[in-house]
Each structure stands twice: as C-alpha cells, then as structure tokens.
Write a protein that binds this ligand. Structure first.
Ligand SMILES: Cc1ncc(COP(=O)(O)O)c(C=O)c1O
Length: 372
C-alpha cells in the first residue's frame, strides 16, 4: 500500500454494530480486568496505552517506515524522551541551529542530569566527525533547519554516527514523511512535533518518536512515555489521525505555494535573501533534491535593512498572521530573532513564513503590498 493510501485510511474502521466507518474516540482511562486477572483487550490504564493512541502509533510507524512508534503530548516531550533514554555521561552531537527548544532541553535541562552536548554545524560532515567523542551515543539532525532552511545530508551523518557506534535521530517535523523519510536514509529514529503539519490545523499539540527497530533503546523511550506520562489524550490522538488523512494533499499544496512565494520574493528589490531549498541558488539544493521528494512549506527571507524594517513588513501584512508555530492551513509569519532570546543566531532582518494553503495569488499580492 502506498503512503497516500495508508494516510487517507488512518483510523478507518468498520464498527460491527453500527456500521460506522471510523474508529470512535475512547476516553475511558481504565479497562476491565477479566475474572482470571487477564486483560483480554490488551489495555489496562490509558497512560500505558489506549485504542486511539495505538491507532496513531501504528499508522505513524507505517508512514515513516519504522518498526514502532511512541506518541507524546508535544514534540518537546517526544525529544525529551529520546534524551531520557540515554545515560548519565553520554554525549550528544546536535546542530547549532536546531529548534531552540531542543537546544534548551540539552543545554538547560539534561545537562543538569549529566548528559553532555556539543552543538556544531551538522550540515558539514567534517564538523560532525570532529565533534564525536568516545562517549557519543547520539547525533541529532534537523532538516530542513529552523529558521535558515539549511539541509543536512541524512545518509552521510547517519554513516558517521554509526561508524562511531552512535545513533542518528532526525527531527522530521518540517518535511513530514510525505516528502522525506529519514529511516530509509539510515536514521535510527525520527522525532516529530505533530502539532505542525501532521495534525495540520493549528488545533492540537502532540509529538512522536518512530524507531527503525523496536530495540532496547526504543524500549527506554517507551518507558519514558508510559512512566513519565507525557501522553496525548484520546481526543488529541483522534484529531491527529484526522489530520493524517489529508496530510499528502496538504503537503502538496504547502509545497506548491511555498515554491511560488519563494520565487516571487527572490525577485523583489527589498528582499536581501530568500532561504528555501527549492530555489536553484540554495546552497544544499542538490542534497535536498536527492533526499526530499519536494521542498516543504517553510521559507524564510531577509528584508533589506534591519529588525525595524523586518517588523514593519510583518506589521503591514493582512493575510499572513503574525504568530509562532507552523504547518497549519493558514499562513503565519514570525520575526524569529525576537522569540529565540538573547543567544539567537538568527539575523535580525529575517522573517520566517509558514506558507499556508490559501490561494497563492492572494498570498503573493499581500506580500507585495507589505513590502512596498
Ligand atoms: C522542528 C521542531 N521540533 C520540535 C518542536 C517542538 O514541538 P512542540 O511545540 O510540539 O513541543 C518544534 C516547535 O516549533 C519544531 O519546530
């Protein structure tokens, strides 16, 4: 079954009594035990597992080509579970431009528990090689990156990690399995904020970890999920499954609109630079073309001038909403440097855009009026 067919049929289930074609939402927190002490349904208590979460985990493992999946209540709790699966004294190599929340987890939370981290330019395989230590257990990849849209060669970095006996984990939130499948490129695990494209409607928080193999390391991620308890509710899982049913169609529209907007911005005299892997002048265009089937719905651009000029453009927009997050049907714009805090590496004149699925002519016209 092809990936689009699997997605379109997420949570499809014929109820034998009513003939309903969708699996119901099961809010029960607990499940009946048989007189012999067994749990005939396999469910015991909702934090440990429930039907909606199981449906979400099964379809997500299929979409990413993995063996197992654990769903979480946010992307950040999914990332944290991967770090929790490591041991005190282990070392992580991570991109110096990874999602600032992931950087904060490593630097501010897990450092206190003895996890070591080196932030480097993961796009450059030589720098990854140089950052490796005898105790490196994990190399984190996030591609395309936030907010500069740099592209990491997943296969190359996974090889370096494996040569050193480490795991390669890829945050695939921006690309989604519809356009990039890191496990097929050698990654051992994929992490998602399902808050973004996967659920797709800016109305539910969630995260997931998908493992190429259901091994001991994944068991520890599962333990962090069921014991730590950062689990999504049945309704959250149901909403996320509903998003997955149209993921392939939405991604196609996001990519098409982002390509057209990037191209229009790149010709504007008030735009200093456009960052989008689909543009011919993008530095890692060749890698992007090799490992992605399209280039995604995210782009960023730098306005001529500084912070004030960038803020002014964002303020002039009527259709693009000034808000954080991404991956919803509506277009959002954000001045990243001001949300990332004082240690940001993001240029002050940069605006990040989550290109929605509105009519592209409306988006281009709005951007043109805001820039002039
Ligand atoms: C690439 C990436 N990973 C992880 C996260 C964290 O996800 P959440 O906000 O669902 O915790 C985000 C959030 O913006 C993100 O952009």
């Amino acid at each position: 079954m092809r990936i689009e067919t699997a997605a379109a049929r997420a949570s499809h289930h014929i109820d034998p009594e009513s003939g309903a074609i969708l699996a119901p939402i099961q809010p029960s927190t607990t499940f009946e035990r048989a007189p012999d002490g067994e749990y005939p349904s396999g469910y015991v208590y909702s934090r440990l597992g429930n039907p909606n979460r199981q449906q979400l985990e099964e379809i997500f493992a299929t979409l990413e080509g993995g063996a197992a999946c654990a769903a979480f209540s946010s992307g950040s709790s999914a990332s944290a579970a991967v770090f929790q699966a490591l041991a005190n004294g282990d070392h992580v190599v991570a991109p110096n431009d990874c999602y600032h929340g992931t950087r904060a987890l490593l630097r501010d939370v897990f450092a206190r528990w003895g996890l070591q981290a080196t932030f480097t330019d993961v796009i450059d395989p030589e720098q990854v090689r140089r950052a490796m230590r005898p105790n490196t257990r994990l190399v984190w990849v996030e591609t395309p990156s936030n907010p500069m849209l740099r592209v990491t060669d997943i296969r190359r970095v996974a090889e370096i990690a494996h040569e050193a006996g480490a795991l390669c984990v890829c945050d695939n939130t921006w690309a989604t399995p519809m356009i990039q499948r890191p496990i097929s490129l050698g990654a051992d695990m994929v992490v998602h904020s399902t808050t973004k494209y996967i659920s797709g409607h800016s109305d539910v928080m969630g995260g997931a970890v998908i493992a190429a193999q259901a091994d001991d390391f994944f068991d520890r991620v599962r333990q962090a999920q069921t014991t730590g308890g950062a689990t999504p509710s049945a309704f959250d899982c149901w909403l996320t499954l509903r998003g997955i049913r149209t993921l392939h169609l939405r991604m196609r529209a996001h990519c098409e609109n982002a390509r057209a907007l990037a191209s229009s911005l790149s010709e504007h005299p008030r735009v200093q630079a456009v960052h989008y892997p689909g543009l011919a002048m993008h530095d890692e265009r060749a890698i992007a073309s090799a490992q992605m089937s399209d280039f995604g719905g995210m782009l960023s651009f730098q306005v001529e001038g500084g912070r004030e000029q960038a803020m002014e453009v964002a303020a002039n927009l009527r259709l693009f909403t000034r808000a954080t997050s991404l991956g919803g049907t509506e277009s959002l714009i954000e001045h990243r440097a001001s949300v990332e805090g004082p240690d940001t590496r993001t240029p002050d004149n940069l605006l990040r855009v989550s290109v929605g699925i509105e009519n592209i002519d409306d988006l281009i016209a709005d951007m043109a009026q805001a820039l002039t």
